[in-house]
Design a protein around this ligand. Structure first.
Ligand SMILES: Cc1cc2nc3c(=O)[nH]c(=O)nc-3n(C[C@H](O)[C@H](O)[C@H](O)COP(=O)(O)O)c2cc1C
Length: 414
């Protein structure tokens, strides 16, 4: 294996800043320990989870959406009233809400949170899931609809005079001016998806483009791909969001023990369909998930600390690739992605609430310290050269030893 050089030179592709996202959990059920929750939302837990994200200085929280999940606008509004700083990201499928109504709801959320609203537009990765709510458009048309939707959101937020519209998907007369956002500027718009259509819309229209955690060279290629589309459209590069499920413990060796303990539990949960929603139970057809499974099929280990067993165990559904190691190793791995151009890093664990606290205490400060060091000195610090992950023999030995122990236990029928 060639070990990359982590000298003081900051790579040209590096993002100068990084912000952290975590998905909001509404109840204590996890892939490790699925529990029956009578109403889906456990209010005390949700309040505690959101307060933890705020206390631990996460910057954003994603409110996900599925046909049988809680409604993401309502949960985002709850996050807004329960917090003062963290920014709710509403996952929104255009088929569910007329664009002018979505613009109005988002602007309302933005005013209620004094400018904290963000929207993540989902064109729909699975036809079956779209059919559940009456959307029979094929995927290319769903993305074309998202393109028209984005234009209308921005016009609804910014046009000073009433306007009419007759497009491919939407038609209305004499709307506006719409309800304004807190600042009067458009709310940031993120795109999720990795098909060619997703790249086209992301590059030409989005503020943020999001990925599941992928190996570094492949992610870098995907970032170049969306940036080239943005450049051809005469737009600035979108911000890059990348998503992981870190497994962190005090030392690298302990993190590997934890990872192999987790994988047995996650696999059993997935097989019993005890945790995952319907959206996550059908075969993954969105490109990001298909890619996650391909990476998992080719290797378990990539770069410094990426581990794909979790993706393989869950059929690549949703965010599933892990980063494994001590806080230092995981922070260094996150910085590798910052060096590749990511500036929004989504991390949530498998032990959701405990992990949010642990990341906030031990991982976020290390990444932020390095970013501050770079800003102050113009040089890269030593975290990445001192915590090499798979680039060092000790780390590989720790991973191998935990894998052997887990295999022996399994062999013994434990
Ligand atoms: C960070 C991130 C968050 C996502 N959140 C959701 C979600 O809450 N609900 C959902 O249905 N899809 C979600 N997706 C999935 C994709 O947006 C969706 O599958 C996409 O519209 C189609 O993907 P494709 O173009 O790769 O086929 C998310 C994707 C990413 C990368």
């Amino acid at each position: 294996m060639t070990i990359p050089v982590f000298d003081a030179q900051i790579p040209a592709t590096a993002s100068p800043k990084v912000e952290f996202i975590s998905l909001s959990h509404l109840n204590p059920s996890t892939e490790l320990n699925p529990v029956k929750v009578p109403h889906g939302i456990d209010l005390d837990y949700f309040k505690r989870y959101v307060a933890t994200l705020e206390e631990q200085e996460f910057d954003y929280t994603l409110l996900p959406y599925g046909s049988n999940s809680a409604d993401s606008f309502v949960t985002a509004a709850a996050v807004g009233t329960l917090t003062e700083r963290i920014r709710p990201i509403v996952a929104l499928r255009p088929n569910t809400t007329f664009p002018l109504v979505a613009a109005q709801k988002l602007a309302t959320l933005d005013q209620l949170t004094q400018g904290r609203a963000v929207v993540h537009l989902i064109s729909g990765g699975s036809d079956d899931e779209q059919h559940r709510q009456g959307d029979y458009e094929p995927k290319p048309r769903r993305y074309a609809r998202t393109g028209e939707y984005i234009d209308l959101l921005r016009r609804a937020w910014t046009e000073k005079e009433p306007f009419s519209h007759e497009g491919e998907f939407y038609r209305f007369d004499d709307f506006g001016p719409g309800f304004a956002t807190y600042s009067g500027d458009p709310i940031p718009i993120s795109i999720g998806g990795q098909s060619q259509e997703a790249f086209d819309i992301g590059g030409t229209q989005a503020d943020i483009f999001s990925f599941w955690g992928e190996p570094l060279p492949e992610l870098r290629t995907e970032i170049d791909r969306v940036n080239a589309i943005a450049a051809a459209a005469g737009r600035p590069n979108p911000r890059i969001w990348v998503t992981f499920r870190p497994i962190v413990a005090a030392t690298d060796a302990e993190a590997w023990e934890k990872a192999y303990d987790y994988i047995g539990k996650i696999g059993a949960t997935y097989e019993k369909a005890a945790y995952f929603t319907r959206r996550h139970q059908s075969k993954a057809t969105n490109i990001g998930s298909v890619r996650a499974l391909e990476f998992a099929g080719a290797s378990e280990r990539y770069d410094r600390a990426l581990w794909t067993r979790t993706a393989a165990a869950t059929g690549g559904q949703g965010a599933s690739t892990a980063l494994v190691g001590s806080p230092e190793t995981v922070a260094a791995a996150i910085l590798d992605y910052v060096d590749a151009g990511a500036d929004l890093v989504s991390i949530r664990g498998y032990d959701t609430l405990a992990d949010a606290t642990e990341y906030g205490r031990y991982v976020l400060p290390l990444v932020r310290q390095e970013i501050a060091h770079r800003a102050a000195t113009g040089r890269r610090g030593t975290l990445q050269s001192e915590h090499l992950g798979y680039y060092s023999d000790d780390f590989v030995a720790a991973a191998d030893s935990a894998a052997d122990k887990a295999a022996a236990l399994e062999g013994a029928g434990a």
